[in-house]
Design a protein around this ligand. Sequence first.
Ligand SMILES: [Zn+2]
Length: 214
Amino acid sequence: MERSVIRLSHCQKDIFCFSVPEQCPSCGEELRGSRLQEAPVSLPSPFSNGHKSSCCLLVAPAHDNLHRDFDGTSDLHTGISNTTGVVYNYTQDGVRRDLSGWERCISIPLVRPDMFHLLAQWDQYLERFSDGPMWDPVWYRFQEDEHNCFSFCLQFLNNVLTAEGQEVLSREDFTRCFVLPRIRRGSKYSTLYQHIQEHQFYMVGRQEDTGSTS
Ligand SMILES: [Zn+2]
C-alpha cells in the first residue's frame, strides 16, 4: 500500500518523510511533541487509479515488473478509459479492454465535466473507434515506433476533436504539453518516494519562495 509523503520544515531545511521523525535529521532538535513552525503538508501523489478515472488518457509502465515504476527508464504504455473505468489500449494483439492492471498510473483528463453531450457519447465513440480496421491485427500490424499504443490514443482524441469541430493535435504538441510534464512529475515523485523508503527522509535546503513551482 502506498504511503503518503509529507513535507516539514526545520532549520532552513525541507524534510520529506512518511511520518514526523523523533529528531530533526539536520540539527538533531527534538521534533515530536514540539511545535513546528509550520504544520507538515502532505504531497499529493501524481498517481491515480485508472479504473476510477473516466475519460482519461492513462500512462502506466509497460511491463508487469514488480515495482511498476516511473523511474524514467522503463517503457510506458498508454490507454484511454471509458466512463466506467474500462481501459482501452492497443497492443500487438489488437485493442484490449482492461478491467484491471491500471490501478497506479498517470491520468490526463480529456473531457471537461461540463461537456455532457460528449460524455454521453464517449463510450460509444471509443467502442466504435476500437473496432476499426486500423487496430485489427489482421489488417494492420502493430509497429513499435509508428503504429503503437500512443497512436491509438492520439488518433482517438483527434477523432473526437474533429467531431467537436475543434483543431487536431500533433503528436509533438500533445506529448510536450500534456504528457511529458506529468510523466516528469511522476518520475520525480517516484524517485523521492524510493529515497524515503531507503533512508527514512529526504532533505534539501529550504527554497526561497520565489513563486516558481515545478
Ligand atoms: Zn532542524
